[in-house]
Design a protein around this ligand. Structure first.
Ligand code: CA
Length: 269
């Protein structure tokens, strides 16, 4: 399977750093030797060690990040109606976790701290952020059954079917969410990408975990806003709570290198 962009550089940098530190290297000659060791070590790693990041993730700093919003499949409509807690469980079932807010922002803004994944100037519609807002009925959303937002769900259609199967109120809620939904398939906005990570701003708003720990009732930070409201990479939403769910809130997963198994069959060639 193809290697995620940047993985080789990620491995070499890590090995060079470790080798240089071990040798106490400070001059160019020693670093050259370390570099040679790094190339050899990388060759060994290619043969003997699993990839640092699974193919459906991208290295971002020291983290692996899903390329798309959950369910992290190209073209798949992103999940919504998961609470912060349920989203964490969905990721954990795949040996992943919610991304920290600073990881998410780094992926979105890049090393230069841009305001958008594609640069510093807002371009409406480059990401899915220019849809017309639709009025929602909270009483209908309240009928959503928590049991539907489970770790095993693999698609939005599966999620709606699960909710509708629970009760009449669940069916009403699912139908309402479907009517409100204006998400697009993962990667559909080809220009809404930075370093292989798609749809960070716009599409669905994303649960992240606050690096500073947050509050007792809310450990999250909502990043990126959604299809009907443009926001920058730096924008945060720190209200709500760990058990809040909404029709436009989704998430993506992160993992430490070497974790985050992908048990899906490889795509057909
Ligand atoms: Ca998003």
């Amino acid at each position: 399977m193809p290697r995620p962009p940047g993985r080789r550089a990620f491995v070499i940098v890590a090995v060079v750093t470790a080798a240089a530190a071990a040798c106490g290297a400070r001059d160019g000659g020693a670093l050259d030797a370390a570099g040679a060791d790094a190339v050899a070590a990388d060759a060994v790693a290619d043969d003997a060690a699993p990839d640092a990041c699974p193919d459906d993730m991208v290295p971002v700093g020291e983290t692996c990040m899903d390329r798309y919003e959950a369910p992290n499949l190209a073209g798949a409509l992103p999940l919504v109606m998961y609470t912060f807690v349920e989203a964490e469980a969905w990721c954990a079932a795949r040996e992943r976790r919610l991304c920290f807010d600073d990881e998410w922002q780094r992926a979105c803004a890049g090393a230069g701290g841009d305001r958008y994944p594609y640069g510093d100037q807002h371009r409406p519609g480059t990401c899915n952020d220019d849809a017309t807002w639709r009025t929602y009925d909270q009483s209908r959303l309240n009928g959503w059954p928590a049991s539907a937002s489970a770790p095993a769900v693999g698609s939005l259609a599966e999620l709606f079917a699960a909710a509708a199967a629970v009760s009449t109120a669940g069916a009403t809620a699912a139908s309402h969410v479907e009517a409100l939904y204006q998400g697009t398939g993962g990667g559909a906005r080809a220009g809404c990408v930075r370093d292989g990570v798609f749809d960070l701003v716009g599409n669905v708003e994303e649960w992240t975990r606050r690096r500073d720990g947050g509050q007792p009732q809310f450990h999250g930070n909502l990043k990126g806003r959604y299809w009907a409201e443009a926001r920058t990479c730096q924008s945060s939403v720190l209200v709500h709570g760990d058990t809040f769910r909404f029709y436009e809130i989704g998430f993506r997963c992160c993992a430490e290198p070497g974790r985050g198994r992908d048990e899906r069959p490889p795509p057909a060639r």
